[in-house]
Design a protein around this ligand. Sequence first.
Ligand code: HEM
Length: 521
Amino acid sequence: MALMILPLIGSLSISEGLLAIATMCLVYLFLKHFQNEIPKGLRRLPGPKPLPIIGNVLELGSKPYLSLTAMSKRYGDVFQIQIGMRPVVVLSGNETVRQALIKQGDEFAGRPDLYSFSFVSDGKSLAFSTDKAGVWRARRKLAYNALRSFATLEGTDPEYSCMLEEHICKEAKYLIKQVNTAMKVEGGFDPFRNIVVSVANVICGMCFGRRYDHNDQELLSIVNLSDEFSQVAGSGNLADFIPLLRFLPSKTMKRFLEINDRFYTFVQKIVSEHYATYNKDNIRDITDSLIDHCEDRKLDENANVQMSDEKIVGIVNDLFGAGFDTVTTALSWGVMYLVAYPEIQERLFQELKDNVGLDRTPLLSDKAKLPQLEAFILELFRHASFLPFTIPHCTSKDTSLNGYFIPENTCIFINQWQINHDPELWKDPSSFNPERFLSADGTEVNKSEGEKVVAFGLGRRRCIGEVIARHEVFLFLAIFIQNLHFQTLPGESVDMTPEYGLVMKHKRCHLRATVRASSEQ
Ligand code: HEM
């Protein structure tokens, strides 16, 4: 600002120049004051008093979902904190979050321009970038349609209803073998390490038309990076809010850039191979279908949203990235809960034995026969709340919520953990009790209770992989429970403490699995 006015003050004396600068500063502060003026009839956001420069960082602590839940009890469902210099509005409460994300969806559907987000998928991410609403919506639609059409495509084996079911069942059966081998060779297995390759193979099958061996070092080196990605991309990463920190050497941030780079390079290599072998008459997978869209668009002069080919093909980066880490985390938490609650594991095994039997693979069509398993999965999503916040949102214009004024471009945190543990919604929220989702006789799932669990976000930004994720979690768990009995290793106990990040994991550990079915898998 001062630089802009220097030419103007060239012919003035120093004191006149200083007076001019001071006047400009005053005008600037005056305008800023008016920008923050609360419109008539609306209230200023409540919240804790921020300290200079760092704001409320100290109060956030290492588990922001717990500290922000505690603050919501004091300040209500809509309150403001300051992280560094940047105000952040935190939303809690089922009704309030639904009001913002569903009823006022357009106003709360943006993404903030956070420093770390600009490195995801080379700044072309569908989930993290600050694309304007029109471009984001068009990309989201493309991604959603590609996912849906490749999930529901007919499989190669008539035993399965669709390609997705075929991929999941084959990978799950292969995983059982891997776990058995690990048990024989090492005497224990690491749930995350074993599950992640199988889940990555399901999404690789759909996105890239290929699967990887469980010992493929290239894939392993990529999927094992997800923990570090998640730690930086979680709500409340300080470098996103305190600009000065970007210029100080940070090992975590350096690693984050490296991870994004390696991930992007991995996907780009596969995309280039697809471009080289692309044939319009043989669309093999999601990558081909997105390339096909780029080609069609070049012919369509009426295409009204301008998008680069890179932005279209970059979508596979997001689908692959979002598609393996979240589902793997759900499944490995699932195994941990089975170990922590052996009586529930036994009940689920009996339900499978009685309703599916032990001689055939469970299928998606068995879902209605397995209400206890469905209730277990709902309780797993609620209790673990392993995505404690959605990806941060941002307001696209000045708006209001519950009578509070929220200016345009405000960063918004949605506390999913708070909703899933709200004592006003749940009886004894801290206890793990799948029966809360079952009818009194245990034969049916109470759908309206199930809908109260928030794990995939809501409204415009709701997860586009939800259906696929739910199918994967159901089928993988059904096949695990039918075939294996999970326990801790002798003399060890199960540690359920989550580690904070965008996706919260349990600590890496080794467990014991013994074969259930009469036939060796
Ligand atoms: C258990 C598994 C999963 C969970 C809990 C989950 C949860 C979420 C959440 C909370 C969001 C952010 C919503 C928001 O910002 O308001 C999200 C976004 C997203 N998810 Fe998932 N997800 C899962 C699996 C998947 C899968 C399997 C895929 C793809 C194959 C996927 C693709 C995406 C994409 C592309 C977005 C960004 C949407 C956008 O910004 O418009 N997710 N997910």
